[in-house]
Write a protein that binds this ligand. Sequence first.
Ligand SMILES: Cc1cc2nc3c(=O)[nH]c(=O)nc-3n(C[C@H](O)[C@H](O)[C@H](O)COP(=O)(O)OP(=O)(O)OC[C@H]3O[C@@H](n4cnc5c(N)ncnc54)[C@H](O)[C@@H]3O)c2cc1C
Length: 390
Amino acid sequence: MTESTGGSDVGRSETIACREGDTWRLYGRKWFTSATTSPMTLTLARPQGNGPGGRGLALFYLELRDEAGRLNAITVNRLKDKLGTRKVPTAELLLDGAPATPLMGLDNGVRHIIPMLHLTRTWNSVMAAATMRRGLALARDYAKRREAFGALLARQPLHADTLAWLQAETEAAFHLSFYLVELIGRDETGDISPTDADLLRLLTSIAKLTTGRQAVAVASEVLEAHGGAGYVEDTGLPLLLRDSQVMPIWEGTTNVLALDALRALAHGDDGLAALREKVAGRVAATTDAALAGAARQAEAAVDHAQHWLRATAGDRTLLEAGARRFGLTLGRALALALLVEAAEWSLAHEHDGRARAAALRFAATPIDLIADADPRLDAALANDEPLPVV
Ligand SMILES: Cc1cc2nc3c(=O)[nH]c(=O)nc-3n(C[C@H](O)[C@H](O)[C@H](O)COP(=O)(O)OP(=O)(O)OC[C@H]3O[C@@H](n4cnc5c(N)ncnc54)[C@H](O)[C@@H]3O)c2cc1C
């Protein structure tokens, strides 16, 4: 989808689709495509004569190669020299009459490609959790072998505190991602309640933006947990940070997904009500006193977010400015409620307090990030402009 005119704003796409006889052919330049090694792809192009914006685009199915294995009227101009994810080559492509098949009509392409985005964003959330877990495993292993100041790092209280935080973030990302996967599974098997369907529409963006930020923070800490070795290429550790940094960028940046979450709530806050119901259910069901406190904390954060949304609904500037804090608050609050749920299960069935410890450790991190900002002050800071003192 991404062209040099925009990756977030794909409605500005300049690729043209022309009907030539019985075949549609695409002409244009795709600026970021990681599907070059794939046999097929979905893409967007504007059928000749269509209007501007996302509505004027159509969704096309395109096979990259012909039967002899040659690219189908596609030229790879360049492979991106990327910070990470180098095993997934990303190309700048020229579509020079590439044959393509329209799917789902000849307009509203952005709307039609959204189901695919839901899956790639879910995949991103799962990958974020997986990357965090790998980094944590390496950091934990190192802490059990490396001595400093007469003791293993694992036995140093402050290092243990750091590793405990990494574990809590990793478990939170895991539960958030796989709750999303569970809802998708229910949806695909026709077994989803209307409430969960509302939540699903909101959760794809929330989970992706929350776990994307977590992945970068955790990867950075994992490198630091290895000291100087974490910064040295031959340990393989810098790769973790480089690969993690893409998580909040591709498939929609943090800000763009935060705005997408607002869009999901624009015609009614059913998704938010469903999220609140899920979190409030934990408050009612939790028997362990400390875990119940954590569940109440999650519920209070969601209530604050809901209140903020209603209070700012009429002010687009305030709403957009606070969208990231809003999205992250929902993601972290739901993750906390899911950790509480898993902890109760683990106490009852596994007689193990580790999941409880993870929930309580996560509860000690910032969950409610809602804060009122002054757009006038922010504008001055963002543009580095002088701000008269009044
Ligand atoms: C490794 C890699 C592989 C990729 N592979 C693919 C691929 O296969 N297919 C594909 O289509 N794309 C791909 N992309 C592109 C990627 O999806 C886009 O780069 C991304 O969506 C951001 O779009 P952009 O680059 O146009 O940034 P911009 O949209 O210019 O964004 C720049 C900054 O502005 C912010 N921003 C933008 N709009 C708003 C707004 N309204 N309010 C607040 N903030 C805003 C963004 O959050 C971001 O921080 C890939 C990118 C990378 C890094």
